[in-house]
Write a protein that binds this ligand. Sequence first.
Ligand SMILES: NC(=O)c1ccc[n+]([C@@H]2O[C@H](COP(=O)([O-])OP(=O)(O)OC[C@H]3O[C@@H](n4cnc5c(N)ncnc54)[C@H](OP(=O)(O)O)[C@@H]3O)[C@@H](O)[C@H]2O)c1
Length: 265
Amino acid sequence: MNLKEKYGRTAMIAGASEGIGAAFATCLAAEAMDLVLIARRLEPLQQLADLLESKYKVNVICISCDLSGTNAALQIEKALNGREISLLVYNAALSYIGPFIKNSAVEHSQAAQINMITPLNMVRLYGEKMLAKGKGAVILMTSLAGLQGSGFLSVYAATKSFNRILAESLWYEWKNSGVDIIGCCAGATATPGFKSTCPEKTGFFTPRGLEPEEVARECLKKLGKQPSFITGRGNRIASFIMQKILPRKMAINIMGDTTRKMYRL
Ligand SMILES: NC(=O)c1ccc[n+]([C@@H]2O[C@H](COP(=O)([O-])OP(=O)(O)OC[C@H]3O[C@@H](n4cnc5c(N)ncnc54)[C@H](OP(=O)(O)O)[C@@H]3O)[C@@H](O)[C@H]2O)c1
């Protein structure tokens, strides 16, 4: 059974215009799913929509929405105008790199809103409809940074941990409902957003960045099979060492030291 047969006709990707979000959009269009693409900038979204519509003969609608807004989920629901969502990918995130006190309380709240509150509201809204129908799927993007304390990525790491735990908890609650949910725990991925931070390679714990398409493909393969997973073999090995072999204090130190070196802090 393909994804469209299993979950339904339309996939919605929040944070879809580039990187991992665009890769999900491409993979899902290749599965003949219609798409709802969300980001702030309409122009790159529309370019992607045109490409996917002509290549895969699917219908794509684009919604411009700032996911850090407190009413983002309702704004999207209104723009959908009753359209049913069968698969939700919540991909967008805001990440501040640097000392916790460098960013204002307002900036931290904005990160919490886009990374935790808006996905929480969207999962509540669309999860309920999927459960009522007895089918559907949700993908929440999370990160290796969220597996332990990650100095200089503190708020981002904490919000990503929230998404992993939320996905795993709902996986348990929903496992016999026909609705699948997975936390996709990515490591470094060569997206425009990641490249724009100009990270430096620092050693074993900074494995080769995956391509966004590898992340999306692997995630769609694992959807329905596990509560969460770590993308890429290199990331899984590094994470096994960090989580299962090293003392937690050492893992936290390695993570913080790696980030400090990567970003020359
Ligand atoms: N890249 C990595 O190395 C990496 C590693 C681990 C985990 N992840 C996770 O993977 C996900 C995707 O990462 P990424 O690097 O591909 O992309 P990203 O830079 O986090 O997001 C890119 C997409 O999200 C949209 N977006 C950003 N802020 C938005 C906002 N306030 N409202 C609406 N849309 C917004 C962008 O379009 P607009 O700018 O037009 O809004 C763009 O389409 C994130 O959840 C991230 O935490 C990434």
